[in-house]
Design a protein around this ligand. Structure first.
Ligand code: HEM
Length: 418
């Protein structure tokens, strides 16, 4: 679309953009312009102090204690089992991650997976999807994004805002009560039961403006929901087509857990499962490409000279796109079987910047542990609940569906046998 773009899938360049030359690059105004109608400004699209502040507030959401609380996942797994079709109808795993995401971030699940899901919740799920499609469409249009207009997109953004505003208003009210109560109460002892930290409550208690609270929590929801859904879907896609890996996973789970639900420690201990998830992230990174803009004139270590091995000049304002997907499949980095799904490679592979599903540097994904625990938990529980997970319908090779994230193009059609 008339833009001059530097594309790279060279680990040294990616390391420079994200870590060693972090200060030379930013998210840039274009990402904000493309996403502000839905997301406003928050941790996902901000730079500078606004980003730093958002980042500091989001961090406590992901302490070990919070992530290790698997009760939340079990609650939603039970609902997933209920919702999973017994008659061949489809279920959308994104709705699972929307329910868990809203439960964690808003302290109030959208409950779209429940059979009793309200019309409003269903419409929220639709509107959020439509909003994300709109952002992806604007990104594709490059410098012409400003001409993008779609009344359905505008209506979807408005619906999402009205839905979240109500939740924010309740949080602001609770925060006022909390401040009032705190004034009258003695300081609790150190060992007192702490309530679960939620980003929403933290922002409300800090006295952040309701519009800014809405922006921040939508920024995280967008980073959290589709990415996790892509990972889980890709994992189930592979699982359903690889009976031999299903056998190996079932054996490991049976040996280590003997039928009980896993704890946080158990999940860390399931080596083959961890390798399986890592390999899924390598072959199908949910964020397959990403971009930064040069804040000032700078240099990247590779791409210049006749053989591309010399440094290359990057002028201020230059868009640099880094391709995680193709980097993860480079045969010179991963071996001749780079295009084959082979979890066993993780017994010996110790990659650095050639493997980046969660980004790196100061903007590394803060939800990484959460997403890994969530995905591992769901996979273990699925394997415990169903004796066989079989691929159905389209047996064609994996095809991508690219919006902000990359998911399984043909959908993940499976039949589950109890
Ligand atoms: C498999 C699941 C996930 C993957 C692959 C993933 C990947 C990523 C990547 C690549 C980025 C960098 C984006 C950029 O800098 O342009 C990112 C950022 C982010 N992720 Fe995740 N993510 C996942 C799940 C989650 C979850 C579950 C949460 C929260 C509950 C989350 C919260 C965030 C936030 C807040 C950012 C912005 C960080 C910043 O810019 O400082 N992510 N994620």
């Amino acid at each position: 679309m008339g833009d001059y773009v530097i594309f790279t899938n060279e680990p040294k360049n990616v390391q420079a953009v994200l870590v060693t030359k972090f200060k030379d690059f930013e998210i840039g105004q274009r990402r904000r312009d493309n996403s502000a109608e839905l997301l406003g400004i928050g941790v996902f699209n901000a730079d500078g102090q606004t980003w730093e502040h958002g980042r500091a507030l989001v961090r406590p959401n992901f302490t070990r204690k919070q992530v290790a609380d698997l009760g939340l996942f079990e609650k939603h797994v039970q609902r997933l089992f209920e919702a999973l079709p017994k008659d061949g109808t489809a279920v959308d795993i994104q709705e699972w991650t929307l329910d868990t995401g809203t439960d964690v971030l808003f302290s109030e699940s959208s409950d779209v997976l429940l059979p009793s899901a309200t019309e409003v919740a269903r419409k929220f799920a639709w509107a959020f999807n439509r909003g994300i499609d709109g952002i992806a469409q604007r990104i594709r249009l490059g410098r012409f994004a400003r001409f993008y207009y779609d009344p359905q997109y505008t209506a979807a953004c408005k619906f999402v805002h009205d839905y979240v505003d109500e939740i924010v208003a309740k949080a602001v009210y609770r925060a006022k009560e909390w401040h009032a109560e705190k004034k009258d109460k003695p300081v609790p002892p150190d060992d007192a039961e702490e309530e679960r930290y939620t980003f929403l409550n933290a922002l409300a208690r800090e006295g952040v403006e309701p519009k800014q609270i809405r922006d921040q929590i939508l920024n995280i929801l967008v980073a959290a929901r589709d990415t996790s859904a892509c990972l889980m879907s890709a994992a189930v896609f592979e699982l359903a087509r690889r009976p031999e890996y299903q056998v190996q996973l079932r054996r490991e789970i049976a040996e280590k857990l003997s039928g009980r639900q896993p704890t946080f420690e158990d999940l860390k201990d399931l080596t083959f499962l961890n390798h399986f998830v890592k390999e899924t992230l390598r072959m199908y990174p949910p964020v397959p490409l990403n971009a930064r803009v040069a804040k000032n004139d700078t240099v990247l270590p590779r791409g210049g000279g006749s053989d591309g091995m010399a440094p290359i000049f990057v002028p201020r304002g230059q868009l640099v796109v880094y391709q995680v997907y193709s980097m993860h499949r480079r045969e010179d980095l991963w071996g001749s079987d780079a295009h084959i799904f082979r979890p066993q490679r993780w017994e010996t592979t110790r990659p650095t910047f050639e493997y980046l599903p969660f980004n790196a540097g100061p903007r590394i994904c803060p939800g990484q542990q959460f997403a890994l625990v969530e995905t591992s938990y769901v996979l273990v529980r699925l394997l415990q609940e169903y004796s066989n997970i079989e691929a159905r319908g389209n047996s064609a090779p994996w095809r991508e569906h690219l919006t902000l994230t990359c998911s399984v193009g043909q959908g993940v059609w499976v039949s589950l046998v109890k």
